[in-house]
Design a protein around this ligand. Structure first.
Ligand code: NAD
Length: 423
């Protein structure tokens, strides 16, 4: 009799994290691929999925300690993205086990080192390559979609005005003016949401390709007399532009910021601090009651006065710096995340077995630890570890070694130009 491999879904332990890694609807798809799902009791509760919803779809329920017997652990936030509460689970991981989740690989590379020491093979979902085949697994896009939507709702609640233009017997109300800085996945969803609420939306991005996307959503692309040049890398991400560019950008955007009731900033550069685009002076130039939602505070912020996970009021302007908006929309965020994880698992498991096929770009780019080593070349670089092929060469020249032979293919993996664990 073939015993199916088990996928364990843990209850998230990060503060205020309400998402769950797998939802009931995906369980039958995994069963078809030979995977049995075990859920920690209550894991889906805060996202609206009860234990019985899981059991109806064929999952079993177990206590947390028992779940670590499973071959695969699926989490929204694995250790790197949950270092305080997640530390308890580190000792429960074991050699050969597979851990799949977001782990903030580039923001917290040391955590990968700790996971490697357990012998588990871990995958960072933030490092999914942005290729067509991997679109259905792309958690950064899914979660950015939710964040962009939620950011506008937060602003709408804070704003002492309504969004739509209204002509009433009691007079005419002008529409709220919304400025979205950074028109990537989160920015485009912010534009769409602000438009649906009836706002007048302007947007700017350094990547020229964004203009058409902004306009297709009913936004107006802001023209700045800036020479952005080659602002997009081959992965579709923005390149860092240099301080002189940002200085000019801040200056030119200040008047648009001043005329806006709401500013939503989403500007990010993969693996780097986010550019500072709104100075304290520019904030002071806004009308009291205006709102700034800075979605980049986790990596420095786009606004000088915003603070991570805080509501700050300066000169009468409300500044919000939320870092985990998808957790505030846990049902749909979990649905999207679960679909992403399911597609990832179906790509990883062949005939009921995990196949670490390093010729597959998706597997190679996301594999962070294996066989006791951090195997991702970019993380090794960040940790000051020598490249694995170099290590292998050094060991080959030594008379004897207790270290497992490192995986040379993984070391050949191209440095992955992807953002660190935004969620
Ligand atoms: P992101 O979160 O890294 O950045 C958000 C936005 O900030 C980007 O649009 C970027 O251009 C912008 N930005 C950076 N510096 C700026 C500045 N100084 N001023 C204004 N804007 C600035 O990126 P993201 O939203 O995750 O993705 C960006 C793009 O990647 C997408 O719009 C899309 O074109 C591409 N993408 C491709 C795939 C795929 O092919 N599978 C998947 C997802 C995204």
């Amino acid at each position: 009799m073939i015993v199916p491999m088990k996928v364990a879904v843990l209850k998230e332990t990060f503060a205020n994290e309400r998402r769950v890694a797998l939802i009931p609807a995906n369980i039958p798809h995994l069963a078809k691929a030979g995977l049995e799902v075990v859920i920690e009791s209550g894991a889906g509760m805060s996202a609206g999925f009860l234990d019985e919803h899981y059991t109806e779809k064929g999952a079993t329920i177990a206590a947390r300690e028992e779940l670590f017997a499973a071959e695969i652990i699926a989490q929204v936030r694995s250790y790197g993205a949950n270092q305080e509460a997640g530390r308890d689970d580190l000792g429960r991981l074991r050699e050969g086990q597979i851990v799949i989740g977001m782990c903030d690989p580039l923001g917290a590379p040391q955590a990968a080192h700790d996971v490697a020491a357990t012998g588990a093979a871990s995958f960072a979902l933030e490092l999914i390559p942005r290729i067509t085949r991997a679109q259905s697994m792309d958690v950064l896009s899914s979660m950015a979609t939710i964040a962009g939507y939620r950011a506008v709702l937060l602003a709408a609640v804070e704003l002492p005005k309504m969004f739509p233009m209204l002509m009433t017997a009691a007079g005419t109300l002008t529409a709220a003016r919304v400025f979205v800085i950074g028109a990537g996945v989160a920015g485009l969803q912010a534009i769409a949401t602000a438009r649906r609420l009836g706002g007048i939306v302007h947007a700017y991005d350094v990547r020229p390709a964004c203009r058409e996307q902004v306009e297709s959503l009913g936004g107006k692309f802001v023209e700045l007399e800036l020479e952005a040049g080659e602002s997009e890398d081959k992965g579709g991400y923005a390149k860092a532009m240099g301080e002189e560019f940002y200085r000019k950008q801040r200056e030119l955007m200040a008047s648009v910021v001043a005329e806006s009731d709401v500013v939503v900033t989403t500007a990010a550069i993969p693996g780097k601090q986010s550019p500072l685009l709104i100075t304290a002076d520019a904030v002071e130039g806004m009308m009291p009651g205006s709102v700034i939602v800075d979605l980049a505070t986790k990596r420095g912020g786009n606004c000088e006065l915003s603070q991570a996970d805080s509501r700050v009021v300066e000169h009468g302007i409300v500044l919000l710096g939320p870092t985990n908006l998808p957790a505030e929309v846990p049902n749909h965020a979990s649905q999207m995340f679960s679909n992403n994880v399911t597609k990832f698992l179906l790509n990883l498991v062949k005939d009921g077995n995990v196949v670490l096929n390093l010729d597959d770009e998706i597997i190679r780019d996301t594999l962070v630890t294996q066989g006791g080593e951090v195997v991702h070349s970019r993380l090794r670089d960040l940790l000051g570890l020598e490249p694995l092929d170099q290590l292998a060469a050094d060991e080959a020249s030594e008379p004897a070694s207790a270290v497992d032979e490192p995986n040379a293919s993984a070391s050949e993996s191209e440095a992955n130009d992807h953002p660190e664990g935004s969620d």
